[in-house]
Write a protein that binds this ligand. Structure first.
Ligand code: ZN
Ligand code: FE
Length: 251
């Protein structure tokens, strides 16, 4: 089993660190500085780098890390990634430090976006966030809706390790979509308390996301009704998703 922790980076990024003994794997090292500091502080050797997508805040630290710790770089085959040694398309199973890592293709935020499943922990980059989802920079609403459906089909106890602390702002939008959802109200209070105490709001469980994340609730009557008032062409999950995403962009 890995021990999981995170390294804060930039304003709101989480670089996840998977540790086994003295060996570590990092996910989406956008910045090398804080990763090198943690490796040195904890006496760790870097055994691998997992990359979800090509944005700079997810891969910007790779070159500097590899200059000091030559580790394999697992990353989307179809995106431009510094130092990629193991190109992936999704559907693969890897073994890293004797742990099985399943690779999922979750296009939408970017065209080649991947997520990594380790036991019951999903490292999903900028695809699913606490109470929200990534913007569609490269993919279509249909692609992103299908990617979110594939995540929604994982066991409800799955822990969602996203790459940003966006939950509070996302919950404000979730409440606008579903003002009468008591699970959202409860999560607002819970997350406010965590953030006041300087704690992360992640990882969440998939069960929590299914109950409170509007982008996973495109088949709920209340969400359909709200989306219809914000331009959804019909009640289909993709039309509802597309309207929610457009509404969120201007929220
Ligand atoms: Zn991104
Ligand atoms: Fe990002």
């Amino acid at each position: 089993m890995f021990e999981i922790s995170f390294i804060p980076a930039f304003k709101d990024n989480y670089i996840w660190l998977l540790r086994r003994g003295r060996q570590a794997v990092v996910v989406d090292p956008g910045d090398a500085g804080p990763v090198l500091a943690r490796l040195a502080d904890d006496g760790l050797e870097l055994a691998g780098i997992l990359v979800t997508h090509h944005h700079a805040d997810h891969q910007g630290g790779i070159a500097e890390l590899r200059a000091r710790h030559p580790a394999p770089v697992f990353a989307p085959a179809d995106e431009s990634i510094t130092g990629r040694s193991e190109p992936l398309h999704g559907g693969e199973s890897l073994t890293l430090l004797d742990q099985v890592v399943r690779v999922l293709a979750v296009p939408g935020h970017t065209a080649g976006h991947l997520a990594y499943l380790v036991d019951d922990r999903l490292f999903c980059g900028d695809t699913l966030f606490g109470a929200g989802c990534g913007r569609l920079f490269e993919g279509t609403p249909a692609q992103m809706a299908a990617s979110l459906d594939s995540i929604a089909a994982l066991p409800p106890a799955t822990l969602i390790h996203c790459a940003h602390e966006y939950t509070e702002a996302n919950l404000r939008f979730a409440q606008a979509v579903e003002p009468d959802n008591p699970d959202i109200a409860a999560r607002v209070a819970q997350v406010a308390q965590l953030r006041r105490a300087g704690q992360p709001s992640v990882p969440s469980t998939l069960a929590e996301e299914l109950a409170t994340n509007p982008f996973l609730r495109c088949r709920q009557p209340a969400v359909i009704a709200a989306a219809r008032q914000h331009g959804a062409a019909d009640a289909s999950p993709v039309a509802v998703f597309a309207a929610l995403r457009a509404w969120r962009n201007g929220f």
